[in-house]
Design a protein around this ligand. Structure first.
Ligand code: ZN
Length: 309
């Protein structure tokens, strides 16, 4: 009906796997008396909607897995811990941030004490306890068996989970709509992000659900679009740097790449995210040995790498 907000519901993927489709997806896996929530949404109100549905269906809530320490994925976790005492699992390294959420605005701000406006719910959730720190491998929690895959490039030690044929891919790839919306997607290392996308091709599963977007059986089509997208940004950035034979500064690259992609932001927090994303592509070109960098006149400068062809 016109003007009606669609009612989000828990969608069933297979016998064991579900997801609650919303701005930030929340996964759910159920085996016997074990029920594991995968990521917790951005705040209490978003996770409460999921909890309400699980309770209506009399589904257990015993475990929580956080794929990576970004506030939109763990903001509702403290509520789950308080209300259900969920046994909480998280990737190593990401755990440090889940225990100390102030680290996220701190690293985005380059290590300086964050200004007050950077302490917001998009960058900093409530701290949580992590009972099991894991890395890539096979694990059993309660009656749930899972396979964790290390997929860095968006967050330093992000893990994707493969359970009962469903891959909960976290932010290892984005839906097409997300790519269009963000223009320069938030990543931390373009080369690592692309390698993680390539790794997704080899994971045996029937389909996947990303952190933002819908479940797809043919998710590898979207994965290829992600690879193409990152390659396109890398090429655009390379052409930009090439156009400056004397070198171009980091600040100018951020300005110009954001200009090419029509990114317009007037706030510090989103600008810091874009600065990190642009730098991720710069890192990609350095790793591919297409460009070199140097400090010149106290500016961080980039130039096409010449010499051995
Ligand atoms: Zn994320």
């Amino acid at each position: 009906m016109e003007g009606m907000i669609p009612i989000m519901t828990l969608q069933s993927i297979n016998e064991h796997c579900y997801y609650y489709s919303t701005a930030v997806n929340v996964g759910y896996v159920h085996v016997g008396n074990t029920g594991m929530i995968i990521d917790a949404g951005i705040d209490d109100s978003s996770i409460k909607k999921v909890v309400r549905e699980l309770e209506t269906r009399k589904l257990p809530i015993t475990h929580l897995f956080i794929t990576h320490a970004h506030a939109d994925h763990y903001g509702g976790a403290a509520y789950l811990q308080k209300k259900f005492g969920v046994e909480t699992i998280a990737p190593q390294f990401e755990r440090a941030i889940l225990n100390n959420p102030g680290l996220e605005p701190l690293y985005l701000f380059g290590g300086n004490d964050p200004l007050p406006e950077l302490h917001n719910k998009f960058l900093e959730g409530k701290p949580i306890e992590v009972h099991h720190e894991i890395t890539e491998g096979s694990y059993m929690f309660g009656e749930i068996e899972l396979q964790a895959y290390l997929v860095p490039g968006h967050s330093y030690h992000q893990l994707a989970l493969n359970l009962y044929g469903c891959l909960f891919a976290a932010d290892a790839y984005f839906s097409e709509e997300q790519l269009e919306k963000h223009k320069i997607p938030y990543i931390t290392d373009a080369e690592a992000a692309i390698q993680s996308l390539i790794k997704l091709r080899e994971i045996p599963c029937d389909g996947a659900v990303p952190g933002h977007g819908e479940y797809e059986q043919q998710f590898l089509v979207t994965v290829e679009k992600n690879i193409d997208y990152h390659e396109k940004v890398l090429e655009e950035l390379f052409q930009l740097i090439k156009a400056y034979p004397e070198g171009i500064s980091h600040e100018s690259i951020v300005e110009q790449l954001c200009g090419i992609y029509k990114v317009t932001t007037t706030k510090l927090a989103p600008w810091l995210l874009y600065r990190t994303a642009v730098t991720a592509y710069i890192i990609g070109l350095i790793k591919r040995e297409k460009i070199v960098h140097r400090i010149e006149n106290n500016k961080w400068m980039f130039i096409e790498r010449k010499g051995e062809a």
